[in-house]
Design a protein around this ligand. Structure first.
Ligand SMILES: *[C@@H]1O[C@H](CO)[C@@H](O)[C@H](O)[C@H]1NC(C)=O
Ligand SMILES: *[C@@H]1O[C@H](CO)[C@@H](O)[C@H](O)[C@H]1NC(C)=O
Ligand SMILES: *[C@@H]1O[C@H](CO)[C@@H](O)[C@H](O)[C@H]1NC(C)=O
Length: 318
């Protein structure tokens, strides 16, 4: 919640509409709201639900946003439709948010960037000069979003200015219509859970320029990737091949309606752990579909044992 307040506050800074601020206890946001998203002095804009945010007493002293800029200073307009899950183009950011700590989306909650901001917004950590990120290892403090069990992140852009991007830290999460402009180490990291029933969904959206992996699956459980676009990247998915201290059992991935361009391989799995990868209607455009590895728990680079499913749109790799 705190973070959502903050974004309300931020609107004051970026929009320069302070003369038109909403009244104390007035509405300051929501999907069909046309009015000002800024609140009077001493009040912050608090998210209530997707359709309503309210100016409530409070300040932004705990505001983790250190700097914000907009590339467009038009008044925020709520989008006319949120049914964007099937779009296949990268949205253009009309607003930029730079965070100095990750946004935590609590268990079961939804963080919808279009509802919070009204326009497509790029989120990052203001990190520059990482090059291809090949020699950069980040930790959870470097993430942009951290999602607890059952949390949903949707309709946001992850900018190039981060080392880590989205972390799911519980027993499952949903990431929907999220676009990564330039992936550093991993776009989506699934961490921590040892629950073999955990389910992680990556629905719609896309990622490009991930020299390494897009989805890194260290948790137990299953990953469902549907309607995702990926280009110019190493691997779309990798189940952890050298998780020293983490979960070491089987993992599953279901990849459906995915179009890949200039991607080394769609999935890398550890057959010695019983991992499986199931592909339906995929197009790797000449790239590889599935690599198999022997995973280990000594932290060494896992050895590759084979390649399966090449040229096929429906296939199970195991
Ligand atoms: C927002 O503006 C549109 C177009 O001017 C109008 O049709 C609509 O009723 C307004 N909505 C609200 C909640 O004021
Ligand atoms: C996206 O496409 C799927 C499959 O074609 C369809 O079932 C779904 O309704 C579409 N979603 C939207 C929001 O258009
Ligand atoms: C792949 O499977 C889907 C779903 O069962 C089916 O609609 C499609 O025709 C199959 N494609 C091929 C090339 O067999």
């Amino acid at each position: 919640m705190k973070l959502i307040n903050i974004i309300g506050m931020m609107s004051c800074i970026t929009l320069a509409y302070s003369a038109d601020c909403s009244n104390a206890y007035g509405q300051c946001g929501g999907a069909n709201f046309n009015g000002s998203t800024c609140c009077p002095s001493g009040f912050t804009c608090q998210y209530v639900n997707n359709w309503y945010s309210q100016c409530v007493p409070g300040s932004s002293t705990s505001n983790p946003i250190i700097k914000t800029t907009t590339t467009k200073t038009t008044k925020i307009q709520a989008p006319t439709s949120f049914s964007t899950s099937n779009q296949t183009f990268f949205p253009t950011a009309q607003k930029k948010v730079v965070l100095n700590s990750p946004i935590l989306v609590k268990a079961g909650q939804v963080y919808d960037g279009l509802v919070v901001n009204g326009v497509w917004t790029s989120y990052g950590r203001g990190v520059t000069g990482q090059g291809d990120c090949k020699n950069v290892e980040g930790g959870s403090q470097d993430a942009v979003f951290r999602l607890e069990s059952g949390a949903t992140l949707k309709n946001v852009i992850l900018g190039a200015d981060s080392i880590e991007h989205v972390h799911c830290i519980g027993d499952g999460c949903t990431v929907e219509n999220v676009w990564w402009d330039d992936v550093c180490e991993d776009a989506l990291s699934l961490l921590g859970s040892k629950n073999t029933n955990a389910k992680f969904y990556l629905i719609g959206g896309g990622a490009k320029d991930g020299s390494d992996k897009i989805v890194q699956h260290n948790s137990a459980g299953s990953v469902y990737i549907k309607g995702f676009t990926v280009s110019n990247s190493g691997k779309l998915y990798r189940s952890c091949g050298n998780c020293k201290n983490g979960y070491q059992g089987q993992r599953h991935v279901y990849i459906e309606n995915v179009n890949a361009n200039s991607v080394g391989v769609l999935a890398g799995i550890n057959t010695n752990y019983g991992d499986t990868a199931t592909f339906t209607n995929v197009n790797a455009n000449g790239g590889n579909v599935c690599y198999t590895y022997t995973g280990n728990n000594n932290g060494k680079e896992p050895s590759k044992t084979g390649s399966q499913c090449k040229g096929q749109s429906n296939c199970t790799c195991k």
